[in-house]
Ligand binder design. Sequence first.
Ligand SMILES: [Zn+2]
Length: 406
Amino acid sequence: MTDKDNFSSIYEYVSSLPVFSDHEHQRGDEFFREGMSLEKVIANSYIAWTGFVSDGTRESRERFLDNAGFNSYFTWLEKGIQKVHGIGSRITLENWDFISDTIKKTYAADPDFHWRSLLDNGYERQILDTFWDPGLDNGHPEVFTPAFRIDKFMYGYNASSVAPNDFIPWERYGFSGGSLDDYVEHMRNIIIKQYRKGKVAAFKCAEAYNRHISFLPDDYEAAKAAFNKPAEEITEEEKILFGNYIFNRCCELAAQLEVPFQIHTGLARLSGSRPMNLEPVIARYPKTRFVLFHSGFPWTNEVSGLAHNYGNVCPSLTWTATICTSEAVRALHDYIDVSCSINSITWGSDCFVPEDSVGAMLAWRYIVATVLEERYTDGRMDMKDVEILARKLMYENGRRLYLKKI
Ligand SMILES: [Zn+2]
């Protein structure tokens, strides 16, 4: 007799388990207060990245459904909308206004709906990356635990330098000037203070959107020379060298605090984001646990190679499940086969709104159940193994890695 005997299928068993997400960008309360509609949900979901967003006209809705209606992002977003709002039908031109109105009324009736619906639909916890203002839990510690996005510090080469999201690191972090060493010390103190408040479950770097991810070894003299240089004098190369120096200090601090360091690999700026670019960093800091996000899609096999060779690599299928469902099934098979520890594999939805996040969770359940079913059917696993692995993939690995408990 196994736990699974109480369920009619592996999928049903997987779906009964709580879900831990290693990475999210859920918007704050204010975002959901006004103007919620099907258009707003779509505009803030990954399907909008196809460029086919609806502007409210019948023509744009038709174009959206015709062009993007079979994309993996759409498939799971639609299921998420159905689940979150209790809608039984597919999205069509005919019922579009009805669905939009349902969304509007639901949010208007309950100001807590956006975070409660995550818990109500299976999530037990989400690690939150508020990159626009690093370190927030959006005021809802019941569901969110913050990761700390360290990227902004990599832009603090002078008092007025601006990081993405119009973020001026010196001003926002209260650094009043001094040497490069003073700046690093200030950064360490800011992060350690947050950590002591229980608000740093992980470090996160998504600089793959802005630069090549080969963060080279220190060039201290170059970083020192770049520091305090006026905007009109500092070169792009000096900015990169400065960024490398700060990134390396963060690798050390992550090891010191024993928090995982989540790194965006794959997609973003495709030309510089291959996971193999990170190998020297992974080798240089063996005590830092690097969580390689997005399975390095489309180079999921590079993450396999790194997870095979390095015990400090944790492969994460965060976002991969919805980028490309079929590739996520293959990647999960591979990571189970090759990772140094089965306890290192995690997943997150990487979403901004609950409909996209819940849809992604349904994708993850489908992927985990499909992989376990295949292994059970071909005799590589018995039902007890299926249960053990299902629990690890759905929540135990996340709890162990980020909350240090299971
Ligand atoms: Zn993300």
